[in-house]
Design a protein around this ligand. Structure first.
Ligand code: ADP
Length: 213
């Protein structure tokens, strides 16, 4: 994606508002000569920002703008969108985990060991399944029902929202723990956040709202 100059941005705005518009008219609005505008108009048409038609003039390429918007959305970093992880210690009872789920208003809890390293993921359905089959939820630790390392699908803060979205879809999960590596061989990770399907939707809305402003 090329970075436009201030003048090129001004031209884009003019064409967006007034297009189709001729080079002569744009030059008049900017109080410059047509010749001075020629290189900028060439760059804007070659890059795909503008379309030009003989005897009609320049007009804004809406499809290109939407594609650029989508690219900007998908290339944003996990670090900038991650939410606070909701954590339970892995010896916490299923009963207390269910209470926690309601108190924090989340769909997934992450279980950590005593060192604070990621040990497991506990979803709504994991808790429901445990609740159906067991009478004594106060005695049952979440470590028995959680999905545990090394089967946890994680993401790093420096990865993109695109990678997060793909991973959640490919693995059929609603959220990903955002982690920093402590020791790869022993699968030891520090939990630093979470990305959920809601995060992706929110980022999408933010970018699209920016567009209409
Ligand atoms: P739910 O179970 O409420 O539909 P999910 O679709 O996220 O929520 O979870 C489905 C299953 O996948 C659960 O057993 C859960 O423990 C597991 N799971 C959830 N997130 C992850 C993840 N990031 N990595 C590995 N397993 C996960």
């Amino acid at each position: 994606m090329i970075k436009l100059t201030k003048r090129q941005d001004e031209i884009l705005e003019i064409v967006k508002k007034n297009g189709p518009i001729t080079g002569k008219e744009i030059a008049e609005m900017l109080s410059v000569s047509r010749a001075a505008l020629r290189p900028d108009l060439a760059i804007l048409t070659m890059s795909g920002n503008l379309d030009a038609r003989p005897r009609v003039g320049y007009f804004f390429n809406e499809k290109y703008a939407v594609k650029q918007q989508a690219e900007r959305y998908l290339n944003q970093k996990v670090a900038d969108f991650k939410a606070h992880p909701i954590v339970v210690e892995k010896s916490t009872s299923v009963y207390d985990a269910i209470v926690q789920l309601f108190l924090e208003d989340v769909g997934t809890l992450y279980a950590v060991d005593l060192e604070g390293h990621l040990a497991g993921v506990v979803s709504r359905k994991d808790l429901l399944r445990a609740a159906i089959g067991n009478k004594n939820l106060q005695e049952l630790p979440v470590s028995v029902i959680m999905t545990r390392m090394p089967n946890i699908i994680t993401i790093f803060p420096e990865e993109t929202l695109f990678e997060a979205a793909k991973r959640m879809i490919n693995y059929h999960v609603d959220s990903l723990p955002v982690v920093k590596e402590v020791d790869k061989q022993s699968n030891t990770y520090l939990l630093v956040g979470r990305i959920t399907k809601t995060t992706i939707t929110r980022a999408y809305l933010e970018i699209m709202e920016e567009k209409t402003n």
